[in-house]
Write a protein that binds this ligand. Sequence first.
Ligand code: TRP
Ligand code: SF4
Length: 400
Amino acid sequence: MFTDTVLSGMRPTGALHLGHYHGVLKNWLRLQDRHPCLFFVADWHALTTHYESPEVIEANVWDMVIDWLAAGVDPTKATLFIQSRVPEHAELHLLLSMITPLGWLERVPTYKDQQEKLTDKDLSTYGFLGYPLLQSADILIYRANLVPVGEDQVPHVEFTREIARRFNHIYGREPGFEERAEAAIRKLGNKLGKAYRDLRARYQEQGDREALEGGRQLLEQSQNIGMEDRERLFGFLEGGGKMILAEPEALLTEASKMPGLDGHKMSKSYNNTISLRESADSVTKKIRTMPTDPARVRRTDPGEPEKCPVWQFHQVYSDAATREWVQKGCRSAGIGCLECKQPVIDAVLAEQEPMRARAQPFIDDPGLVRDIITDGCERARTKARETMVEVRTVMGLTQG
Ligand code: TRP
Ligand code: SF4
């Protein structure tokens, strides 16, 4: 039977924090129980923006893998690897670049957005322009069908679908199929035949779904062709030939509800994070010094939870009874803010406790992590090599 393969990557640009845990990682844990999963450290992707600070990447690759393991990612279920250790990704990226129109890359929304946002970096590089295509190679090389990503990355998966479609369109034709399809188009007559060709090109080259729908309707309504030819042209419309590269689907990861210490989204750039394996002392201190409703100057002033970042933490961590206690106690000045924070501190520490425990053996013996990655890279490479044999063959690069 056909099982969906899941693939996702993460850039090693900083320590993972509770925002990553409540967003991405918990989702990975669910997926690893249901599907074959490939999770990898996207170190080449990190270099596209951090080419001037390789030390950041070096420092974060292994820590990130330990963070994954700490969170419960299980190397007996999922394949964990490092992108740069599977050089076939780079070869596929190169080969795909031959058929990738520049305009497609320039139009990917993250290209301009990031250039405008990350003003301290010069991102007018060849590598950065190719970022989405490298991501396509990551996905297509494993014929992964499901790609869990955040909203900002959905256009990259869409782009990947278009690249796969274009590749299959150019290299995936079967002997004889095309001639038959062409003969069937001629039977449609001049006008319909031309309309069909136009719609097909729009769909295959630009991924225009409306054109696909239009093509189907045209075929359904045509009186000139029989069943067989109609079926043929349906197939031809969508590609029809051999499917060498599979079109993936984005699996949208819901944005994490985890707030940062200041009530804004938890993010390294806001300096409001609690890292995954932060020490108990530091976590306690950070939460004790979190800002609260500014109207509560004195202990006797009543407060409003809706205006307090601590309340957002209660919404993630506390049960109904505790939340009720906060609402009442805050508005009546019945509880103090430190008192209110204690259940949050306890809950965060309880959440982190098993993570610290799972990480410890890997910290004590880094060889264990290296072994997991060596094994994962080998497994990933085996699959990647299979795809590359086919890709090279259809692109005229057979050796021997
Ligand atoms: N670009 C992704 C990000 O910034 C990371 C990534 C690289 C990725 N290759 C991938 C995600 C392939 C999914 C699939 O988050
Ligand atoms: Fe915030 Fe709790 Fe203090 Fe109210 S009592 S202001 S919710 S910390």
